[in-house]
Design a protein around this ligand. Structure first.
Ligand code: F6R
Length: 264
């Protein structure tokens, strides 16, 4: 597990975009796993800029988003479909038929639908690079605490904490989603490489538990300790509660010296 410590959210976004763009240039048909939320916004902004100014080409790439709220159609401004469209896809040359985001429109047959989402990932050859954020409760995707560490894409009931976190984004009176369709922790761990981004003090406790705590279904992100190629990119505020910060800096310096390919 590599822990890359950055000064602030802007640097986190830039570093994440550097890694994603290197993956796209190395393999134009790359399969990306994408996240929404406030944390990756800087990364998307930087990727859009690299597309416009440095001809970063997404035309052969495929994407699978982690999750979507049940009950929010793609045109709902609070849906993750809308988020991805307005913050990323409408500004780059991704081919529409290679974009996958779980449907928020379903009302029945969730299990069948989720199996088909897993099948699509398999058919695409699996995810090469998965981007994640982390919730204050340690969730990745919408794998709320106590999700099975082997879980696959499914309907997941949101915690009240997550529901409350979302309330501020929804207009007063609008129904707040209670469930989401999310890739499972097992689905995420199948990705060849994982980048997880965290910024701000509110994430410090979850980040420390994920990196330095025991592996536990109470903190879904701690399951990432089982994956052989995970990079945490975190700013100073989110790194605040880590006890081994100096060692992570040393690992990074020595990685640059001995195995720089790991940082590409
Ligand atoms: C979003 C997702 C969530 C978020 C997490 C952090 O697709 O899967 O796990 O990454 O809730 O959200 P922000 O970045 O808004 O703090």
């Amino acid at each position: 597990m590599l822990v890359v410590l950055k000064q602030d959210a802007r640097e986190v976004g830039q570093e994440a975009a550097r890694i994603v763009s290197a993956a796209v240039r190395a393999k134009p048909s790359v399969v990306l796993g994408l996240a929404t939320g406030s944390t990756p916004l800087g990364m998307y902004e930087e990727l859009v800029s690299l597309h416009k100014k440095a001809s970063l080409d997404f035309s052969k790439a495929t994407s699978f988003n982690l999750d979507e709220y049940v009950g929010l159609g793609p045109d709902n401004p609070q849906s993750f479909h809308h988020f991805m469209q307005s913050n990323f896809f409408s500004h780059v040359n991704f081919s529409k038929d290679r974009i996958h985001i779980p449907s928020g429109d379903l009302r029945t047959n969730y299990s069948e639908y989720c199996l088909s989402y897993e099948d699509e990932i398999k058919k695409a050859g699996g995810i090469d690079l998965q981007i994640l954020g982390i919730g204050r409760n340690g969730h990745i995707g919408f794998n709320e605490p106590n999700s099975s560490l082997a879980s696959r894409t499914r309907l997941k009931e949101l915690t009240l904490e997550t529901v409350e976190d979302n309330r501020r984004f929804l207009p007063k009176g609008e129904e707040i989603p209670e469930c989401a369709i999310t890739m499972g922790i097992g689905t995420i761990l199948d990705a060849r490489r994982i980048l997880i981004l965290a910024t701000g003090k509110s994430k410090a406790a979850a980040v420390a538990k994920a990196i330095e705590g025991p592996i536990s279904s109470s903190v879904s992100a701690s399951a990432l300790q089982l994956h052989p190629d995970v990079t945490f990119i975190i700013d100073e505020d989110a790194a605040y509660a880590l006890t081994q910060r100096d060692y992570y800096r040393r690992v990074l310096e020595l990685t640059k010296k001995y195995t720089p390919e790991k940082l590409a």
